[in-house]
Write a protein that binds this ligand. Structure first.
Ligand SMILES: NC(=O)c1ccc[n+]([C@@H]2O[C@H](COP(=O)([O-])OP(=O)(O)OC[C@H]3O[C@@H](n4cnc5c(N)ncnc54)[C@H](O)[C@@H]3O)[C@@H](O)[C@H]2O)c1
Length: 256
């Protein structure tokens, strides 16, 4: 049910059908916002639609690849067609290839795997911002949130060199775009989650996740909702003075 006194947004969420993405989608729907949920997994997208908005009133799913500029053109058209003028982009899609559930040593990463991680984790957000910035500039409002990682802060333990490199690169992209976009009412920020009990963390053994607990002062893994709360803070219409920052959501395991 919508609260008419609140200003509603159209939120584009990539990687929406994954563990963290779903939590982010739920948080926008709970605020009465429209969501354009983007993912490459059609089956997971239709499950998302059935579970969260079966009548399709507020959630629009789009089967798109964030590495493809033509798909971003379709997403931009969907945003422009939306009734809301306040646009949010959450660049959340990401991949972290493993070998038998384990980190791949950097000197063994094949070039094609390096290239595909760069394409999804870094080129994807770049293309997304390029695609949606013109509309945000016209409306004089935008909130962009890029999903980095603790690995982008400290080099990472469970993800490979390619993963850490892209997540650090995303912080530079965030700051540089933040400077350029600030005069247009657009903020650009990043979130660096630590170990979250969802999505790609399920790709490693319970033992690895249990061992990781000792590094987290709060004493638990994070939940998708912990990340979604940080997204909501950075995507708030009222929050126009915080830009170029990285919000660490890690239970105290890294204090930058
Ligand atoms: N889970 C964690 O512990 C953790 C920690 C730090 C950062 N992150 C980051 O959070 C984000 C979400 O991670 P998650 O744990 O939910 O992973 P996940 O694997 O559950 O979700 C990622 C989603 O992205 C989609 N995707 C992959 N490639 C795509 C592409 N080319 N175009 C569109 N969609 C694509 C996948 O289909 C999947 O649904 C990622 O950027 C990840 O790096 C996760």
């Amino acid at each position: 049910m919508r609260n008419n006194e609140q200003q509603h947004r159209t939120a584009v969420v990539t990687g929406a059908a994954g563990g963290i993405g779903r939590g982010i989608v739920e948080s926008f729907l709970a605020s009465g916002d429209r969501v354009i949920a983007v993912d490459t997994s059609s089956s997971a997208l239709s499950e998302l639609q059935t579970d969260l908005d079966p009548e399709g009133g507020f959630l629009q799913t789009m089967h798109c690849d964030v590495t493809d500029p033509r798909d971003w053109k379709r997403i931009a058209e969907a945003v422009e067609a939306s009734a809301e003028t306040s646009t949010v982009l959450v660049n959340n899609a990401g991949i972290s290839p493993k070998r038998d559930g384990q980190k791949i040593p950097g000197d063994e990463i094949p070039l094609d795997e390096w290239t595909s991680v760069l394409s999804v984790n870094l080129t994807g957000p770049f293309l997304g911002i390029q695609a949606l910035a013109p509309h945000m500039k016209i409306t004089g409002f935008g909130r962009i949130v890029n999903m980095s990682s603790l690995a982008g802060r400290d080099g990472g333990r469970l993800g490979g060199v390619h993963y850490a490199a892209t997540k650090t690169g995303l912080l530079g992209l965030t700051r540089s775009f933040a400077r350029e976009m600030a005069p247009f009412g657009i903020t650009v920020n990043a979130i660096a989650p630590g170990r979250i009990d969802a999505g790609m963390a399920s790709g490693v053994s319970d033992e690895v996740n249990r061992n990781y607990l000792g590094r987290i002062p709060v004493g638990r893994l994070g939940h998708a909702n912990d990340v979604a709360q940080a997204v909501q803070y950075l995507a708030a219409v009222e929050n126009g003075f915080v830009t170029g920052v990285t919000v660490d959501v890690n239970g105290g395991s890294y204090m930058g």
